[in-house]
Design a protein around this ligand. Structure first.
Ligand SMILES: NC(=O)c1ccc[n+]([C@@H]2O[C@H](COP(=O)([O-])OP(=O)(O)OC[C@H]3O[C@@H](n4cnc5c(N)ncnc54)[C@H](OP(=O)(O)O)[C@@H]3O)[C@@H](O)[C@H]2O)c1
Length: 167
């Protein structure tokens, strides 16, 4: 069975994803969706994103194998640490195979989305319809992605949840 590599990200109109090592907005519906989509499946994160999740939740993401990419000898309670993205993806796929799962996740942040992009088959994209003055931005997507789903949500701020696939 081919195991899909999917990124999951929320970004503003100007491609901002973060500010001060946290999310620039609080959208409970999107956090619920993140949980529902990724639950049970391995998720790969950069060391900074992992630390921001631990700061927020007091622990690693429950119910999912947390795989952290770091060049240092970072030790993470509740996570597997890998020295590069290729090892992290191989490790995530091994775990998925053992559990008969068909998908693993790239959970950011910007550095990890960037190095994982060549291996990414699908992007679950929440587009938040505001411009944000943040400090972390999603890398430029090449043109060969097509939108296969889109759902618009009103709210403050309004947002759309899209699925993109590599063509
Ligand atoms: N909006 C969203 O959907 C979303 C999702 C996730 C994160 N975020 C936000 O994004 C921001 C964090 O993103 P970020 O880009 O600053 O950091 P990051 O990608 O989460 O983590 C960066 C760290 O990953 C490790 N790393 C990076 N490239 C590597 C490589 N080639 N090989 C091995 N390790 C590597 C390094 O860890 P070491 O320094 O330990 O070596 C580096 O410091 C935060 O604001 C967070 O809230 C937003």
């Amino acid at each position: 069975m081919a195991i899909r590599v999917s990124a999951i990200v929320a970004m503003s109109e100007n491609n901002c994803i973060g500010k001060n090592n946290d999310l620039p907005w609080h959208i409970p519906e999107d956090l619920k969706r993140f949980k529902a989509v990724t639950m049970g499946k391995p998720i790969i994160m950069g060391r900074k994103t992992f630390e921001s999740i631990v700061a927020r939740l007091g622990r690693s993401l429950p119910g999912r194998a947390n795989i952290v990419v770091s060049r240092s000898d970072f030790k993470a309670e509740g996570a597997i640490v890998c020295p590069d993205i290729e090892t992290a993806i191989a490790q995530a796929k091994n775990l998925a195979e053992d559990q008969e799962l068909d998908e693993v996740f790239i959970g950011g942040g910007a550095q990890i989305y960037g190095i994982a992009l060549p291996y990414t088959d699908r992007i679950y994209l929440t587009k938040v319809h505001i411009d944000v003055d943040g400090d972390t931005f999603f890398p430029d997507l090449e043109k060969n992605w097509k939108e296969i789903a889109n759902e618009n949500f009103s709210g403050n701020p309004p947002f759309s949840i899209k699925t993109l696939e590599r063509v």
